[in-house]
Write a protein of this length. Structure first.
Length: 719
């Protein structure tokens, strides 16, 4: 074998004292705010979860019992709350730093206030707070991000026309029709032990071709392009995206309800259309005959599905103004079999379907997914980060799945190849076990297609669907809570904020009994507040480069290791040494590397990989984290999941007070089957797998003994 086809991986271990490094990285002001936090918690009555951003030095979320000490309008209550706790949040001038973006009225009579953070009159991307106040004037939820230490010059930005010309000169192949006026914002950038800030211009670029509209972000000081993001929300099904023939599928009965008794060939419904596009759907068209050969059959079926889809979501609590009518066009600017939602024009484009397949509900998932984007558009959620864009895709997948599963379909978005007779292909399956495996950040993706948003969305949609599939949670309750949670999302939300928004919905609707199921679903997809891992120092090796490369790794817990890794696929290259002096030979390309999480639920491994355009090899660092960031409020033994099961299930438990913990399995007559856990446990949340493949089917009991806690729960083995 040619030596250039061999790869040698060099691994170097760094052992460091995290406590010493952490103490050096926190300044006095942050320590003061942590003191304010302790005073704040002492003044609260009841039980609260408070999550703290170590680097920003402020609260990320607060949820629990209610704060009822402030009076007046909801705006006055919020102002008094932030003003009284200004030292805790690092607020210097409330009226200048906090600007009310939106006031949402909740169905329960309360309000959500969304505040954006501003610095010298310029918005800070992703910064601000959402605060929920019920009809009694009580604060019960807060979530967001605030950066109190911003220091940046805002008076040296490049002229607007110059910024536009930069975009034009960099995208000559795109037929640009117009560019919006540049909007400045402050971009927070997380570094090793601090947060830096940059002023950025955002411009929307409109092209002559619908599939080329995009948003461009450039450095407002030097004009360098930071990232681009497409305005087109696409769903690729690898086939005929919208095959519309209800005569062959599982929704015949549902469709027939819309037919006149005296003429079963006429389709009737509030979204029926006589032509293939238009902004005002007709209520009835007596000349349209229900037959796939009609040239407008696809358009009618699209409107039919969207009408039914909207009706189901409205029955689960989605307000009428969040399901507006939409223009649907039966043409597609892409050569591929895709359906798309244009964010700027708020239109759905789809391709005419064929009549090969027998279950149209799966194809309906695609158009319903696109309409899901239209619903989220009504909530004015900004999605500038890759994590928030993944959530946008995940919610759209979830809502579409609530529709197609009504008729026996599976929660799969796009299930067909483009040729008749090929096997089913699940494009995105919400019944998955994907874990949180990507380091999402503002600068992760510079890609007009953004395909990784779809892959990453399955982590969040999988958690949502697991919550819905929990045996303790009725489908309609899960749907109501997830729909209601949209009221509690601010701009650029994160996965963990999506989870907390569902908790806030529980508090608003006074249904607290499903919190364990929610935490278990998100825990299984490894969605909790991740701890940080940073790399500094020399982190890349270029072709032919020689030098001492010893990065500095800083993690939250425990020891850290790093190793040099390949940054692209399919090319030949070689290490010419196995120590810190490295020479690299090869014909390289780049590709972005992302943070990955080990699937071991007992200890989380964070991988941080830096991406530099011209590099051949990059550093990856690993930190073995001994405990989750949040400790449980109570000791709890959870219902196993799944249940019933065959042959494996997972048992989760939380320990408040450290001590010896025993977890045992018994059969129906009280005989011990196995001891799963018998050891000392620190405070934290744990999970253990139980395999019953060698046991007969039937009812079993599992019990836990922990400090000041004992509980038994039944479970069922199916054979």
């Amino acid at each position: 074998m040619n030596s250039l086809n061999k790869l040698v991986i060099m691994t170097v271990i760094i052992i460091s004292s995290f406590n010493l490094l952490l103490a050096q990285s926190i300044d006095y002001k942050k320590i003061n705010r942590k003191h304010e936090l302790s005073l704040f918690k002492e003044n609260l009555k009841g039980k609260w979860n408070i999550e703290w951003d170590e680097k920003a030095g402020t609260i990320k979320s607060l949820i629990g019992d209610k704060i009822n000490k402030y009076k007046g309008s909801v705006e006055k209550i919020a102002e008094d709350f932030f003003s009284e706790n200004k030292n805790l949040f690092g607020i210097k001038n409330y009226s200048e730093q906090f600007i009310l973006k939106e006031k949402r009225t909740l169905s329960s009579g309360g309000n959500c206030l969304l505040f954006n953070q501003y610095y010298e009159g310029i918005s800070v991307l992703g910064a601000g707070y959402l605060i929920a106040i019920n009809s009694k004037g009580e604060i019960y939820y807060l979530s967001g991000e605030f950066y109190p230490e911003i220091k940046i010059k805002t008076d040296n930005k490049i002229p607007s026309e110059y910024a536009k010309n930069i975009v034009k000169s960099n995208y000559l192949k795109i037929h640009i029709k117009d560019i919006s006026e540049p909007i400045p914002y402050i971009l927070p950038i997380t570094e090793k032990d601090s947060i830096n800030y940059k002023m950025v211009y955002e411009m929307t670029v409109f092209s002559k071709n619908i599939n080329e509209d995009f948003v461009c972000h450039i450095d407002a000081n030097d004009g360098s392009i930071i990232k681009t993001e497409s305005l087109i929300k696409k769903a690729t099904a690898n086939g005929n995206v919208y095959q519309t023939n209800p005569l062959h599928g599982g929704i015949v009965t549902k469709t027939m309800k819309f037919l006149y008794e005296n003429n079963p060939l006429i389709l009737n419904g509030s979204f029926v259309h006589s032509d293939n596009y238009g902004s005002d759907p007709q209520s009835y068209d007596g000349n349209f005959f229900y037959h796939p050969d009609n040239p407008f059959f696809d358009a009618v079926m699209v409107y039919y599905h969207l009408n039914e889809f909207g009706s189901i979501l409205r029955s689960r609590g989605l307000p009428n103004d969040k399901t507006p009518k939409i223009r649907v066009i039966t043409n597609n600017p892409f050569d591929q079999p895709q359906s798309l939602y244009n964010l700027s024009t708020q239109e759905i484009h789809f391709r005419r379907g064929d009549n090969y397949f027998n279950n149209p509900t799966h194809d309906a998932s695609i158009v319903c997914h696109e309409y899901g984007h239209h619903i989220l558009k009504q909530y004015n959620l900004q999605t500038s980060t890759s994590e928030s864009r993944s959530m946008d895709e995940a919610y759209s997948d979830y809502f579409a799945s609530t529709y197609i599963t009504q008729f026996g379909g599976s929660p799969i978005i796009g299930e067909y190849y483009d040729k008749p007779g090929d096997n089913f292909y699940p494009a995105r399956n919400l019944s998955n076990n994907y874990g949180y495996n990507t380091h999402y950040g503002i600068l992760d993706v510079d890609n007009l297609n953004g395909n990784d948003y779809y892959d990453n969305s399955m982590i969040f949609s999988g958690a949502l669907w697991d919550f819905r599939a929990s045996p303790n949670v009725p489908d309609d309750i899960a749907d109501r809570l997830i729909i209601k949670s949209l009221d509690y999302l601010d701009s650029n939300p994160t996965f963990i904020e999506g989870r907390d928004a569902i908790r806030a919905a529980m508090y608003e609707l006074n249904i607290y009994q499903y919190q364990d199921d929610l935490f278990f679903a998100f825990y299984n997809h490894e969605i909790w507040r991740p701890t940080s891992l940073e790399i500094s120092g020399p982190t890349t090796l270029n072709f032919g480069g020689i030098g001492l490369y010893t990065p500095l790794i800083l993690g939250d817990y425990g020891n850290t290791t790093f190793q040099w890794i390949q940054t692209f696929y399919g090319q030949s290259f070689q290490y010419l040494s196995t120590d810190d002096n490295v020479i690299i030979i090869g014909d390289g390309r780049n590709f972005d590397l992302e943070l990955a999480v080990n699937e071991d639920l007992f200890s989380q491994h964070l991988w941080d990989m830096l991406s530099v355009t011209s590099s051949m090899f990059k550093v990856k660092a690993d930190s073995n984290i001994k405990k989750p960031e949040l400790l449980p409020i109570e000791t709890v033994l959870y219902q196993n999941f799944p249940n019933p099961f065959n042959p494996t299930t997972q048992i989760k438990y939380s320990i408040k007070k450290p001590g010896n913990v025993t977890l045992r399995i018994f059969n129906a007559i009280g005989e011990k089957v196995i001891t799963l856990v018998d050891e000392f446990k620190d405070s934290g949340t744990y999970s253990v797998n139980f395999n019953a493949s060698q046991l007969p089917g039937g009812v079993y009991i599992y019990s836990i003994d922990a400090p000041n806690y004992r509980k038994v729960i039944k479970m069922t083995v199916l054979k």
